[in-house]
Design a protein. Structure first.
Lengths: 248, 248
DNA sequence: TCCAAAACAAGAGCACTGCTCTCTGTGGAA
DNA sequence: TTCCACAGAGAGCAGTGCTCTTGTTTTGGA
């Protein structure tokens, strides 16, 4: 009689299958370390194999190609960033919408600074073939999902009054088709546009800093960079979730 | 007696020197075509040499390394983008600040769509060694210079009233050190911050679209993408150059 | 005018990459 | 116990950036 065997474990993995998932994990983990150190361009399947004491051709039993390995790392990066952002946002009182947005923004930036190559991998120029594989789109939505929650709460708390929301041009409305499916209907189009702009500003700020566009523009000291970034986030939040002023 | 010889040509280049500049140009031009077609990662010095009918080692007489070749292409890209933006802005009446900003933004986006690999090269993750060489910083300022002009004109035209400008926190003020040197003193810190945010939003929008972050977010049709983008630019301009509302 | 020095092109070669193919041994299910 | 799919090793292909050596051509100064 099998003891302590949960339903999930029912189809017990054989020793070989077990070794397989373990080795796959080891490959991805080693690759992640190499990526963090040398960047996506210098990620070598052969080097990973070497470090694991196997020959390069053996790795191909576990990973179809170098690009697929990068795809796995992209997924891991999206997940790590999403987790960091969620954790930061959870520490802030849900009623303070500005603080929540700022917390998410700062978490994204902090993660990017700590993992520059991983950040470049997901938000920089796409390295592998152009089309991002399907598997990456789900984890990629974690941070945007947080932001959508803030938008919805702004409406729920009455900070943003949908009744006072201006309409958006028909062509713009049509452009929002796909994202509308992921956002509650109570959030008006105007606020969706604001949210997308806020998200673009956030990623724009982090990418520009990360990719060196702020050289000779902002001071290099970490504390000053942080001050500017936080100020920009605060301003962005302020023009995003507030009820729009009536246009005279 | 030499005829029709301008002063600039006075130190006549020898046949060899002439051939040298010509061949260097040919190398860069061929590389530019390869870059546009296959992307920075696939730019091969050997392939360029092959197309020019020479052996790979010969190219090293003209270009120190592959990374230096990429640097030359970066400079060319910055210049081409800057020229496109300047041309677009020149077509708009100088008094219409919003139209000028929108024109610049649309020009940047249009150029990015037309030259995706070049755009990725300058605003995506840095491919060569991390430090951007000195030669690239000058051409990189062409587009920001246009935006600074719009900020200054907003003050000059009284659209933005410096007297009503709120101060910025001391730490933020300090962070602006380098960029302040490039902006007229009549533009207050508050407007500088707004300008940097607008620039970040603009690049964020273009990069996200270019790097696939708007998949499953915005409709794919070009006309709808354009409508959203223009709307976002208009809104960005509106919150940038207007005199800030008095905070109650 | 002549000659050494500099510039040039070519080729071989090194160390590396991604990836494929073939071969051998072994683990695990039937 | 048998058999086969799978794992690993090794060789090999085509390509890369870059260096070094070997002849050749051009150039500028004596």
């Amino acid at each position: 009689m099998p003891q302590n065997e949960s339903v999930e474990d029912r189809p017990v993995l054989g020793v070989r299958a077990r070794a397989r998932v373990e080795l796959t994990r080891a490959i991805v983990e080693t690759a992640r370390r190499h990526l963090a150190q040398d960047g996506p361009a210098n990620l070598s399947l052969r080097a990973v194999a070497r470090e694991l004491g196997m020959v390069s051709s053996a790795v191909y039993r576990y990973v179809p190609s170098r690009d697929d390995l990068l795809t796995l790392l992209i997924i891991e990066a999206y997940d790590a960033l999403g987790a960091a952002a969620e954790k930061a946002e959870a520490k802030v009182p849900r009623t303070d919408l500005d603080a929540r947005f700022v917390a998410v923004g700062r978490a994204v930036r902090a993660w990017a600074i700590e993992h520059p190559h991983e950040y470049a991998l997901i938000y920089g120029s796409p390295v592998p073939g152009y089309a991002a594989p399907q598997d990456t789109i789900a984890p990629a939505t974690r941070v945007p999902t947080i932001l959508i929650g803030i938008l919805a709460d702004a409406v729920a708390a009455g900070v943003y009054d949908p009744a006072a929301a201006p309409g958006v041009p028909a062509a713009v409305r049509r452009s929002l088709g796909p994202v509308r499916a992921a956002i509650p209907d109570v959030v008006p189009d105007d606020l969706v546009v604001r949210g997308l702009m806020a998200w673009s500003t956030l990623l724009g700020l982090v990418s520009m800093e990360q990719f060196g566009q702020f050289h000779n523009v902002l001071a290099e000291a970490a504390s000053q960079r942080e001050a500017f970034f936080t100020e920009a986030l605060r301003r962005t939040s302020a023009v995003t979730t507030r009820t729009p002023a009536a246009r005279p």
